[in-house]
Design a protein around this ligand. Structure first.
Ligand code: PLP
Ligand code: TYF
Length: 394
């Protein structure tokens, strides 16, 4: 049987990790996989998470199963973090999932139960795992224009034109903030226009939010999502705790499904629990419990917010330094978009050949679509990258 298997396409982002490790050059720079790194190149355990872990070790009395949909306290804490008070609590069903990826996968499976004819619309470009999960499940897929390769900003006219072709019952996948891979984001006025298109077409939004707190701030990064959730009758949200709580390997995420009225929440909640049971039974608990502890304890929450803010401001500083260094070296403003983009990523907008040249000639690793992870830089490597970009003719 196993001899029937065919090779599967590798994940280009994860492949880079191996290439980087194998490179013997001491001054190599890793701007590949989207993991936050501090100035020393370390992905730290956040202080509040470490403190919560210590408390949990003292207080935890059992590791028996949690609920099929995870712990209600985790749902409440995450709903408050992501949605604030934008939606009545009794309209929201929620289930803990293995990471944000698990939430996206469960969202797709929920769509298969509720709207089997649905086409899933994704931004072009989008996170490659969106595409691979949708294709793996055999769901119809369409792309809407998103990125203007000239300005490196959102091509909103193209996006609105493409979304006008969405049919009732379709799903429109949107990035809540810090678009991966481009770094280009919608303004609030553009979110409002997206809402009006969704209302006109009768499509349902699925918002993937994996970087809340990495862009303009915790509240600011959720503002567009909250507008959608409060104005649409229904909305799906896949939230990841991997980045903003630094709990990547704990696999902590949540799927929220908002019904038009509270009458429908019970059956939606039962379907989320059913889908968890089909795929993995009980979701991972450790990361979800730590996140709940951090969000519900005033001191831990304040410390977490302070550390997250340091991370966010640090990345913004690196963006500004890189943009101004490039302006100085190139004598042009064409890299100004780096300071406008938000989150961990920016798409430089160059060819795979020049990305390869950066790697071969300078030991600088970025994804072949020219996505770079800003957090892979520090004050000393920004000028090195800027010089390499200009020398490479990007
Ligand atoms: N969605 C996007 C856009 C991402 O970049 C990520 C990144 O890791 C995820 C979802 C899910 O992450 P995880 O499954 O590690 O929580
Ligand atoms: O886009 C990224 O780099 C992150 C991390 O299969 C990631 O979202 C990359 C690939 C992958 C899972 C996570």
């Amino acid at each position: 049987m196993l001899t029937n298997l065919k090779p599967q396409p590798a994940d280009k982002i994860l492949e880079l990790i191996g290439m980087y490790r194998a490179d013997p050059r001491p001054n190599k720079i890793d701007l590949g996989v989207g993991v936050y790194k501090n100035a020393e190149g370390v992905t730290p355990v956040m202080r509040a998470i470490k403190a919560a872990e210590k408390q949990l070790w003292e207080a935890e009395t059992t590791k028996s199963y949690t609920g099929l949909a995870g712990e209600p306290a985790f749902h409440d804490a995450m709903i408050e973090l992501v949605l604030g008070t934008s939606v009545e609590r009794d309209r929201i069903a929620a289930a803990a999932t293995p990471g944000g990826t698990g939430a996206i996968r469960q969202a797709m499976e929920l769509v298969m139960l509720a709207s089997p004819e649905a086409t899933i619309w994704v931004s072009h470009p989008t996170w490659p795992n969106h595409l691979s999960i949708i294709k793996h499940l055999g769901l119809p897929l369409k792309e809407y224009r998103y990125f203007d390769s000239e300005t490196r900003a959102v091509d909103f006219a193209g996006m609105a034109e493409d979304l006008a072709g969405v049919k009732a019952g379709d799903i429109v996948l949107l990035h809540g903030c810090c678009h991966n891979p481009t770094g280009a984001n919608l303004t609030l006025a553009e979110w409002a226009e997206v809402i009006s298109i969704l209302q006109d077409t009768g499509a349902t939004p699925l918002i993937d939010i994996a970087y809340q707190g990495f862009g303009d701030g915790l509240e600011e990064d959720a503002a567009g999502l909250r507008m959608v959730a409060s104005e649409m009758p229904e909305c799906l949200i896949a939230a990841s705790c991997s980045k903003n709580f630094g709990v990547y390997r704990e696999r902590t995420g949540i799927l929220m499904a908002i019904s038009e009225t509270a009458k429908n929440t019970g059956v939606t909640q039962a379907n989320l629990a059913y889908l968890n049971r089909q795929n993995f039974s009980f979701p991972p608990d450790h990361g979800a419990r730590l996140v709940t502890m951090v969000l519900t304890d005033d001191a831990l929450r304040a410390d977490w917010k302070a550390e997250l803010e340091e991370v966010r401001v640090g990345m913004l500083g690196l963006r500004e330094q890189l943009a101004s260094e490039l302006q100085r070296l190139s004598g042009s403003d064409r890299f100004g978009f780096l300071a406008q983009h938000r989150g961990m990523f920016s798409r430089l907008g160059t060819t795979p050949e020049l990305v390869q040249k950066l790697r071969e000639d300078h030991g600088i690793y970025m994804v072949s679509d020219s996505r770079l992870n800003i957090a892979g830089l520090n004050k000393n490597t920004v000028p090195v990258l800027a010089e390499a970009i200009v020398k490479t003719g990007i």
